[in-house]
Design a protein around this ligand. Structure first.
Ligand code: DGY
Length: 310
């Protein structure tokens, strides 16, 4: 974002990415070599060899994302590198996309759009195509952090009943009557819609798999705005193809942008290219949060969004 780049350039001796180009890990390592800090995104494909290969001059990595599964915190700590992220400022934008996915998947936004573009509107009848109601249905939220709570607030306005599973129950005023399920499995049976809003961690990776999907009611809808690797793609694709699931809405994919090609041929999947935070105001706020963290760090104060021990 130009305002973020201007502020960085005024504060630091910075190497920018003026072409907004995705760089590979080697190029980032190369450009980072003469710097003390690094600002990168969750879209950068880094790999496990990245942090150990960083120049010894690097003392902090500020990631322009709330998720930090692309960085190993233990590796950073072992190298004495601080890591910060950008919680809070992308909550609403990401929750908006979760609702877009819920509505788009339930009402067939992908095939509806295709029918109009392909001049096939004339094929519609009173009975086909047909979507699914959202009002009065039950939404199960996996991960009731900031974004999960913002999804719940929006879904309530659509008349949905909210259930959730997270490691701990959330304060009553933050969940406004949502039903807590200490066991993920117990929530699934109560979820006509499942919204995935937890972080990708060793515990959550692959958590939405054949066994968990089988517990959802027939005709359920799954949406994911968190991370693709929380879902077992083979299991989700099989459940969509068999009709056990009515639809899915996906903004994130394992291995993105190289997604499992089987998704592309399923008519009941509504897909977006990881745009949860993609609005100018949100991306700019994320950038300024990165800068605030860098400034605090280099001034010798604890950054607001420090993920590492120091
Ligand atoms: C985040 O901030 O983690 C979003 O998914 C964008 O990467």
């Amino acid at each position: 974002m130009p305002d973020v780049e201007r502020r960085i350039a005024a504060l630091f001796d910075a190497t920018l990415n003026p072409d907004d180009r995705q760089m590979g890990s080697d190029e980032i390592l190369d450009k980072a070599a003469r710097h003390d800090g690094l600002l990168l995104t969750s879209f950068d494909k880094l790999g496990p060899a990245f942090i150990p290969a960083l120049a010894p001059s690097i003392r902090i990595i500020a990631t322009h994302s709330v998720g930090y599964d692309h960085l190993s915190i233990p590796q950073a700590e072992a190298r004495g590198i601080a890591v910060t992220n950008t919680p809070g400022v992308l909550t609403d934008a990401t929750a908006d996309i979760a609702l877009l996915l819920i509505l788009g998947a339930a009402r067939g936004a992908s095939w509806g759009d295709r029918m109009v573009r392909e001049n096939r509107w004339g094929e519609t009848t009173l009975l086909t195509p047909m979507g699914h109601d959202v009002t009065g249905r039950r939404l199960g939220i996996l991960g009731m952090g900031r974004i999960g709570q913002a999804v719940a607030r929006r879904a309530r306005a659509f008349g949905m009943a909210i259930h959730y599973h997270s490691r701990r129950p959330v304060a009553a005023e933050d969940v406004q009557g949502a039903v807590y399920h200490p066991r993920f499995e117990d929530m699934l049976a109560q979820s006509d819609f499942l919204s995935i809003n937890c972080a990708s961690t060793p515990e959550t990776r692959g958590m939405v798999n054949a066994a968990s999907l089988a517990l959802l009611p027939q005709g359920a809808v799954v949406v994911n705005t968190a991370r693709g690797d929380i879902v077992d793609d083979g299991a989700l694709i099989a459940a969509l193809a068999s009709g056990h699931l009515a639809a899915a809405g996906l903004d994130v994919f394992k291995g993105e942008p190289n997604i499992d090609p089987r998704y592309r041929v399923l008519d009941n999947v509504f897909m977006l290219p990881h745009i949860g935070s993609a609005t100018p105001a949100t991306r700019s706020a994320m950038g300024h949060k990165c800068i605030d963290n860098l400034v605090q760090f280099f001034n010798g104060t604890r950054p607001n969004d420090l993920l590492t021990a120091k």
